[in-house]
Design a protein around this ligand. Structure first.
Ligand code: PGA
Length: 260
């Protein structure tokens, strides 16, 4: 079975005390033996302390929200994948649409970031998604294909298998307007098909593809019922421990019902 993942992207929110309190509350509310993996992506400056806070939890890992495309050196303000690895970070979100838009991150730059992340044996959570305009003019599938081809498909089979993909339509992020269940299933299945088209052995069937874009307690259950959805990348609702852990429980309920 593919890994099921519930990830929280805290973005540029919370002060230090609030961040520690959020992670402590989430850990308290999580059961030790749940079926889904949990990933939390706090801002860089809190990573080391939060990593030490969750040590010992077997199914919770900490992600960075970005890393540099360079290995090291004169890149003021940047954080390298080896620095992240050295403080116990295990995953890195890469290609989030906010960074694509605000920091002009191109598919080519993201390709370099993916290489840096994999060099350190970290797990990339690669975000792809179309804008409202691209959805409207019908180019959404083409856009996703290009994002995958230009940033991921240079990887070998083993490398690709260590990636998680997040489908995040830009128009659904932070808007309260999630994609419909049919749109989500269609795009997740398309991503899987594209992977199978480029690689042998149907490896697309083994890669976790999670959905992001206004996931909340009111729509998570329906989203998780789509067969190609392996979890969620959650922004706004991940800042409330009660909402985040409730969404996690919804995923676990669905997983245990599939096992009987
Ligand atoms: P949202 O953000 O849940 O607030 O829409 C999702 C994301 O940006 O990953």
């Amino acid at each position: 079975m593919r890994k099921k993942i519930i990830a929280g992207n805290w973005k540029m929110n919370l002060n230090y005390a609030e961040a520690l309190s959020l992670v402590d509350t989430i850990v308290d509310q999580m059961e030790d033996d749940g079926l889904a993996e949990v990933v939390l992506a706090p801002p860089f400056i809190y990573l080391r302390d939060i990593v030490s806070r969750v040590q010992g939890s077997t199914r919770l890992s900490i992600a960075a929200q970005n890393c540099s495309q360079f290995k090291n050196g004169a890149h003021t303000g940047e954080v390298s994948s080896s620095m992240l690895s050295s403080v116990g970070v295990e995953c890195v979100i890469v290609g989030h649409s906010e960074r694509r838009a605000e920091q002009n991150e191109s598919n080519e730059i993201l390709k370099l970031k993916i290489d840096r992340i994999l060099e350190q044996f970290l797990i990339p959570v690669f975000c792809c998604g179309e804008t409202a305009e691209e959805r409207k003019n019908g180019s959404h599938s083409e856009i996703i294909n290009r994002q995958l081809e230009q940033s991921l498909f240079h990887l070998n089979e083993a490398q690709l298998l260590s990636c998680v993909i997040a489908y995040e339509p830009v128009w659904a992020i932070g808007t309260g307007k999630n994609a419909s269940i049919d749109q989500i299933q269609e795009m997740h299945s398309l991503i899987r098909k594209q992977i199978n088209h480029h690689y042998k052995n149907n490896i697309g069937e083994n890669i976790s593809i999670i959905y992001g874009g206004s996931v909340s307690v009111s729509n998570a259950e329906e989203i998780f019922s789509a067969p190609d959805v392996d979890g969620a990348l959650i922004g706004g609702a991940s800042l409330k421990a009660a909402d985040f852990t409730l969404i996690l429980k919804m995923m676990e309920k669905m997983l245990s019902s599939r096992m009987v």
